[in-house]
Design a protein around this ligand. Structure first.
Ligand code: SAM
Ligand code: SF4
Ligand code: SF4
Length: 335
């Protein structure tokens, strides 16, 4: 049974945050002054177990979900995440399992993820310049280790690999061209993301956003680009290819060209709340139902009732008023 929300949007994608913890403190996502030693992360018992995540995912696949992405926080912080991947891979009807990671854990992990059924991976890397990257991740982590991780994914055949680069004015915009030069010709897709006003702690200002138009212009001036048509409804990136055939990039213009009309994603937080928008102020609890003996039918009914009532279009109505909403942090809701 496929369902649609109040704006006629189907539910086809699920992002699962498997933990709210991370080994990085990216200044635009988990700034140290908020996520310091005293920060209270979710207690272990609050996290959904792999079995509970599998049940929710199975219910959602019954309602139309075809793709799942594991994220967080940092998904590889969650121990034995490959076990969860193996469990999800067995769900009939689930077509695609992907992960977004900062690519900082052991290289051996890559093969385990692949063997468990991970098909696609997105690795985040905001700069090639070591000093810029270290200042952004704020834990002194070097670029080379992430590049090695990307190579390990390539060798293991987890493809295509996407590279997420969040772009912030005056911080890493000078890294746009070096990143484009480095990743073209390698078969990887660089995706440049406008700095977003997720959560309440990253000090977002519109002036800090480098628009996707400006990003494309910058790359196009040296490496000519042409538009590629989007391949499916709900694709968030505007796609371009290098005219010389050396590859493709994507720009995610969530601030300057919102795509709410085609947003087909639900998010499951690590403690079992369903969110229907990245900028939501409130979730819908599924964990109580899971732990109070709810049946699979009850789970499906609860999820479909949330989706049928969905009317979110935050990026289309973003304004000075919405900036002050008590929005949930990205590391908790799942980026
Ligand atoms: N820790 C993993 C990682 O960094 O890849 C997965 C979670 S992270 C929240 C997912 C993606 O969200 C990353 O590519 C990150 O750069 C991006 N992100 C986080 N905060 C953002 C913001 N305020 N604006 C734009 N992108 C952001
Ligand atoms: Fe961690 Fe990813 Fe957020 Fe950086 S963007 S702090 S790596 S969750
Ligand atoms: Fe989807 Fe919300 Fe982003 Fe709009 S603002 S595209 S509804 S997640």
């Amino acid at each position: 049974m496929n369902i649609t929300d109040t704006l006629g949007r189907p539910l086809t994608d699920l992002r699962i945050s498997v933990t709210d913890r991370c080994n990085f403190r990216c200044t635009y996502c988990m700034p140290k002054k908020i996520f310091g030693h005293n920060h209270q992360f979710l207690p272990k018992d609050d996290l959904l177990t792999f079995e509970e995540i599998e049940r929710v995912t199975r219910s959602m696949v019954g309602l139309g979900v075809q793709k799942v992405r594991l994220t967080g926080g940092e998904p590889l912080v969650r121990r034995e995440i490959e076990k969860l991947i193996g469990m999800l891979a067995k769900i009939p009807g689930l077509k695609d399992i992907a992960m977004t990671t900062n690519g900082t854990f052991s290289l051996e992990k890559v093969q385990a993820l692949k063997d468990a059924g991970l098909e696609r991976i997105t690795v985040s890397l905001d700069a090639l310049d070591d000093a810029v990257f270290k200042a952004l991740n704020d834990v002194d982590f070097p670029v080379q280790n992430v590049l090695d991780w990307i190579d390990a994914c390539d060798q293991a055949g987890v493809a295509p690999i996407k590279i997420n680069m969040m772009v912030k004015r005056g911080v890493n915009e000078d890294d746009i061209l070096p990143m484009a030069r480095y990743f073209r010709g390698k078969g990887h897709i660089l995706r440049l993301i406008e700095f977003m006003d997720v959560g309440r702690t990253n000090g977002w200002r519109l002036d800090d956003v480098v628009s996707s138009a400006e990003i494309v212009e910058k790359i196009n001036a040296e490496l000519p680009l042409e538009v590629v048509k989007s391949s499916y409804r709900g694709e968030v990136a505007n796609r371009y290819r290098y005219v010389d055939g050396s590859g493709e990039i994507g720009v995610i213009a969530s601030v300057t060209q919102p795509f709410c009309g085609d947003c087909t994603r639900a998010r499951l937080s690590a403690n079992g709340q369903i969110y229907t928008c990245l900028f939501a102020v409130q979730g819908h609890d599924l964990r109580a139902l899971l732990r109070d003996g709810g049946t699979q039918d009850e789970l499906i009914e609860a999820i479909s009732s949330v989706w049928r009532q969905r009317a979110d279009r935050y990026s289309e109505i973003r304004s000075s008023q919405t900036a002050d909403l008590p929005k949930i942090e990205m590391s908790y809701i799942g980026g």
